[in-house]
Ligand binder design. Structure first.
Ligand code: PLP
Length: 272
């Protein structure tokens, strides 16, 4: 008999579908850190390998969709999942495989970060991928977290004046909530807008920080997924995740020659 006492407890679990960013700023590493920082556990299925540094995405390769499906089946037969977070999807085959998986789990809330471009502006999607995301992933989603260019591209809208209409198009196609993040505007105060199917609209604001960041969208969506996995309401999950993301950015660092990275584990290194 071991003399040590241990705890056997359940942690909320988030299943993440994301690309691997070897720089560690975005993608699956961002998800794992942001989810762990909320006391939840991330199980991770890689959708793509990327070749990138802190400034640019040079290349990416989607994974084989059958391998992704096999990996998910093994996880879902073993571990109870409380929320699903989808980030970079990279190919239509990967989108379709994720669709098969989520439609077999209709009770698990899905948080979709429609990663269409990198923080540095490199495209991570083409037209046919956007169509597949709209057809297979948007309907049935609990929350989708596009930034302003993403909500416009997803709905093929051309003008900023159409943001509200674009959010409603996503709601009409069957997702429950749309959080349009406001970083890509030029105002000093960043305004994020949460549109709900019941027609209500909530506003959240953040001060604008001085740098460009790599992985802020991943940090936000995966921390929301962790809070939803804990059973929090959408509005409360969004509010807490925005606060956590802001703190991670404010405590960020610049390890390379490109963008700043959030420090998602800032509570471990802060001496204050
Ligand atoms: N996922 C991966 C794998 C990426 O490489 C990137 C950006 O390069 C993103 C997501 C999006 O990052 P951000 O959170 O900056 O939008």
């Amino acid at each position: 008999m071991s003399p040590y006492k241990t705890r056997s407890r359940k942690k909320p679990v988030v299943l993440c579908f994301s690309g691997h960013d070897p720089s560690g700023g975005a993608g699956i590493q961002a998800d794992i850190e942001a989810i762990a920082a909320q006391g939840a556990h991330a199980v991770t299925v890689i959708t793509a390998l990327t070749c990138q540094d802190s400034a640019r995405v040079h290349h990416f390769e989607p994974v084989d969709a059958c391998q992704l499906q096999r990996q998910c089946d093994a996880l879902l037969n073993d571990i109870s999942i409380n929320a699903i977070k989808i980030g970079m999807t990279a190919s239509v085959d990967v989108v379709k495989a994720i669709h098969q998986i989520i439609r077999q789990q209709p009770d698990i809330p899905v948080i979709l970060d429609p990663v269409l471009a990198s923080g540095g502006g490199d495209s991570l999607s083409a037209h046919h991928l956007i169509d597949a995301i709209n057809t297979y992933l948007v309907p049935g989603c609990h929350l989708i977290t596009p930034n302003i260019p993403e909500v416009l591209r997803l709905t093929h809208a051309r003008e900023h004046a159409l943001i509200e209409r674009a959010a409603h198009i996503l709601l009409e196609s069957g997702c429950e909530n749309v959080l349009v993040t406001g970083t890509h505007s030029d105002s000093d105060l960043i305004e994020h807008r949460l549109y709900n199917t019941d027609q209500s609209l909530q506003h959240f604001t953040n001060a604008r920080l001085p740098y460009e960041y790599h992985g802020s969208g991943c940090t936000l969506a995966s921390s929301i997924a962790a809070f939803v996995a804990q059973g929090k309401s959408t509005a409360s999950a969004v509010l807490q995740a925005l606060d956590y993301t802001f703190q991670s950015l404010q405590n960020g660092h610049c390890p390379g020659k490109g963008q700043h990275f959030p420090d998602r584990l800032y509570t471990l290194t802060n001496d204050t």
